[in-house]
Write a protein that binds this ligand. Structure first.
Ligand SMILES: [Fe+2]
Ligand SMILES: [Fe+2]
Length: 267
């Protein structure tokens, strides 16, 4: 199998547990092939416009999602369920960027980065499923956000747009909000969930950094000013606005300078 065939196989698998199993297996195969002299080929198999999804969870428009109160056990389950849903979408998003833009010549390191990110998202999803099960729930038990794939669809023909919106806006937002979630579980001494969220937090910095790295790489290739292009793309594709508070320190660690987001943020 080529790397893009693997990506498409994952995207068209609807069962979430089988999807992440394949994702872990294929990423292992990719990295094993890197060590051998028979490197897997990238190929150019086209991804579907949307990934396959299971019957449950029921997908609802954001405005119809039940309001959550995180002070209760039920609210915390809803929060972990929402994060699990984000992680599952992230698995698909990383495999999608691999297959979607495979006709653009990119260095091998580009593929290594997104395979690694997909491998980590798969682990995040499994860990969150374990936490949900420990709390008497499971992924699919509650409704989930239906709009998760819209940014991917809007940027399906715009490589720089995809890099700007998915890792550099959406995943960067994760860096802003995760410390607050960790505190929530620290307060109730749920150490296992704290450990899971801390791992996710640490690894997500890497995903944002991959986005920033390849965004800058492509801007350099086309002799474009990354900051100006980033502002244009966020205005074009990102319907809501960038809202502080921002995690300036982690964003900087991930290669997103202050002047990328502060000038286009609403106060
Ligand atoms: Fe993740
Ligand atoms: Fe991520």
């Amino acid at each position: 199998m080529t790397l893009t065939q693997m990506a498409v196989d994952i995207l068209t698998t609807s069962d979430p547990h089988l999807k992440v199993l394949k994702s872990k297996d294929y990423s292992d195969r990719w990295f094993a092939s890197n060590m051998s002299d028979q490197r897997l080929e990238i190929g150019n198999t086209k991804p579907p416009s949307q990934p396959s999804r299971p019957k449950n969870p029921l997908l609802l428009p954001p405005r119809n999602m039940p309001k959550r109160k995180y002070g209760t056990e039920k609210g915390r389950i809803a929060l972990l369920h929402a994060i699990a849903h984000i992680e599952l979408n992230a698995v698909d998003l990383h495999w999608d960027i691999i297959a979607r833009f495979a006709d653009v010549e990119m260095p091998n390191g580009y593929y290594d980065d997104w395979v690694k990110a997909a491998q980590e998202e798969s682990k995040h999803f499994s860990l969150l499923c374990e936490r949900l099960e420990a709390m008497g729930s499971y992924y699919g038990d509650l409704p989930a956000h239906a709009g998760m794939w819209s940014s991917a669809e809007e940027t399906s023909e715009d490589f720089l747009g995809r890099l700007a919106i998915v890792p550099m806006v959406l995943e960067a937002r994760g860096l802003d909000v995760t410390p607050g979630m960790i505190k929530l579980f620290e307060k109730i001494n749920d150490n296992e969930t704290v450990k899971t969220l801390e791992l996710i937090y640490a690894e997500e910095v890497g995903h944002v950094a991959f986005g920033s790295k390849w965004f800058h790489f492509l801007c350099g290739r086309h002799n474009k000013d990354p900051k100006i292009v980033f502002h244009e793309l966020v205005n074009k594709y990102f319907k809501s606005s960038l809202k502080p508070p921002f995690n300036d320190e982690k964003r900087a660690e991930a290669g997103i300078p202050l002047d990328f987001y502060w000038p286009i943020a609403i106060s």
